[in-house]
Design a binder for this molecule. Sequence first.
Ligand code: 3S6
Ligand code: CA
Ligand code: CA
Length: 296
Amino acid sequence: LDSVKAIEQARAPKVSLSRLDELRNRAKFIGRSCKEVKDRYGQAEDGLYYLTTSTGVVYQTFCDMTTAGGGWTLVASVHEDNIYAKCTVGDRWTSQQGNWANRKTFGTVEAATDDDFKNPGYYDIDAEDMSVWHVPNKTPFYHWNLAAIMRYHTERRFLHLYGGNLYYLFHRYPVEYNVGKHLSDNGPSIPIVYDLGDKESTKMFYGPYSGGEIEGGFISFRAINHERAATAICSGVKPKGGNVEHYCIGGGGFFPEGNPLQCGDFTGFAWNGYGTHIGFSTSKQMLESAVLLFYR
Ligand code: 3S6
Ligand code: CA
Ligand code: CA
């Protein structure tokens, strides 16, 4: 035990007094969203800030204060812990618990690329737009921006039409088995503006067969597959077919095709092998990156 302690002490940087002062200072700038913290207090640095819900639940999360004017609040991350485990405890975004449309929170901001994360901002913030970062697993938060393999945001204030956040959007478009037919009953697809990557690089992260039925440059919600299973988010793409389980994440916890092979947070991303980028399998980079969801 002593040697473990010695190793940890040798490796962990000490929290300096100036750092503590900075943190105490930061606690004064509490807001209901990162946008409020930026607008009201002029805070312009990326990092962890204190936020509060309308009812006084205080939490800490990461604010992107620089992308396209800044003020982006990290509210969730979708992380695949084990693509071979099918709808087990690590698949918090693909279960019949309905986490896309409830107030349950889980995970921590520091571990948002190590496991699933959902904070009270997910249901509390009244937002207009979304930003999404795909960040390699286990990246510490101060390197997320630089390490990301894809980053984009919306600019059309689309969340106004769907209740102001994903909690309300997914109440309108439940992520549940048998709610409708592929394509005709899908939720909205919203055009995106890239901060890192483009339409072509987006398609390249997904499998070559998926490429035949997706269009890059969008974020899509509640996409349904051929077997009437529902997924939550198609990141960077708009579905043009019904094999959405290979390029959309999260779901309703029941996927009839090959049951339970497609049941997991990254659904059927390894349908033709782990990170092979063959058939319907995504690239290894995509499979091993967490999807970080921001509001503004
Ligand atoms: C381009 C080849 C499609 O192959 C089909 O897709 C095959 O018949 C099915 O087993 C498979 C799955 O539906 C993939 O989701
Ligand atoms: Ca997960
Ligand atoms: Ca299929």
